[in-house]
Write a protein that binds this ligand. Structure first.
Ligand code: SAH
Length: 217
């Protein structure tokens, strides 16, 4: 069998898209971004054959690349309402979610606390010609003050509560999607919309992310 007919094939990716649709993802732009971003480039070669399964996979440093359904669900929520121009992501990890966002919005800022993951993701963006992403090594609890306010903020590690400093970097009317909950347990995926005097909240279900940790290294 021709190697190209394996995990890189259109059919394998199309099957993932069908699965996401069955699970309720309907935004055609989100589905198209997931169809076109090569997820196998964001995992180790040895895991390439699983790259289009709807599962999270290890990316080293005890971290994981999120399940495609969760990436789709969070991205769809983030894009509801006025299309965001400037998006902040906390937890770059493999850079897969970042790449999906970079296809859908004009400018993405992403913060990761582990240096080796930042470097690897940066190389991937360069290889793929992704130019609308700025990266920073830091503790995401602090957000990215110099670049605020953001139209949308997506958090892909789980804090125990909504980080206040991060929330304050959201524009009025801006949207945050964040899994909130205690370490190593299920979390609630929350969609928050900042209002003049607080926020509106929508619960998107139960998820399991790696914990959001303090500090950077
Ligand atoms: N979006 C990623 C998911 C990565 S897993 C992907 O698509 O691959 C969560 C990531 O959040 C890990 O890389 C972890 O190092 C990072 N993280 C955890 N706590 C953080 C913090 N306080 N600030 C920034 N990144 C953090």
């Amino acid at each position: 069998m021709n190697r190209e007919v394996g995990f890189r094939s259109r059919r394998v990716r199309e099957r993932l898209i069908e699965k996401l649709q069955e699970k309720g993802i309907s935004n055609p732009e989100v589905l198209d971004a997931i169809r076109t971003i090569p997820r196998h480039e964001f995992v180790d070669e040895a895991l390439g054959h699983q790259a289009y399964d709807d599962t999270a996979l290890p990316i080293g440093q005890e971290q994981t690349i999120s399940q495609p359904f969760i990436v789709a669900l969070m991205t769809e929520a983030l894009l509801r309402g006025t299309p965001p121009q400037r998006v902040l992501e906390i937890g770059t990890g493999s850079g897969y979610q970042t790449a999906v966002l970079a296809k859908l919005v004009p400018q993405v800022y992403t913060v990761e606390r582990i240096k080796s993951l930042i470097h690897r993701a940066r190389d991937r963006f360069a290889e793929m010609g992704i130019l609308n992403v700025e990266m920073k090594l830091d503790d995401g609890h602090l957000g990215w003050e110099e670049k605020a306010p953001f139209d949308a903020i997506i958090v892909t590690a789980a804090p125990s509560g909504v980080p206040k400093q991060l929330f304050n970097q959201l524009a009025i009317g801006g949207r945050m999607v964040v899994p909130v909950g205690p370490d190593r347990q299920d979390q609630q995926l929350l969609e928050l919309v900042r209002t003049e005097d607080g926020f509106e909240q929508n619960d998107l279900g139960t998820v399991r992310f790696v914990p959001m940790r303090a500090g950077a290294r």
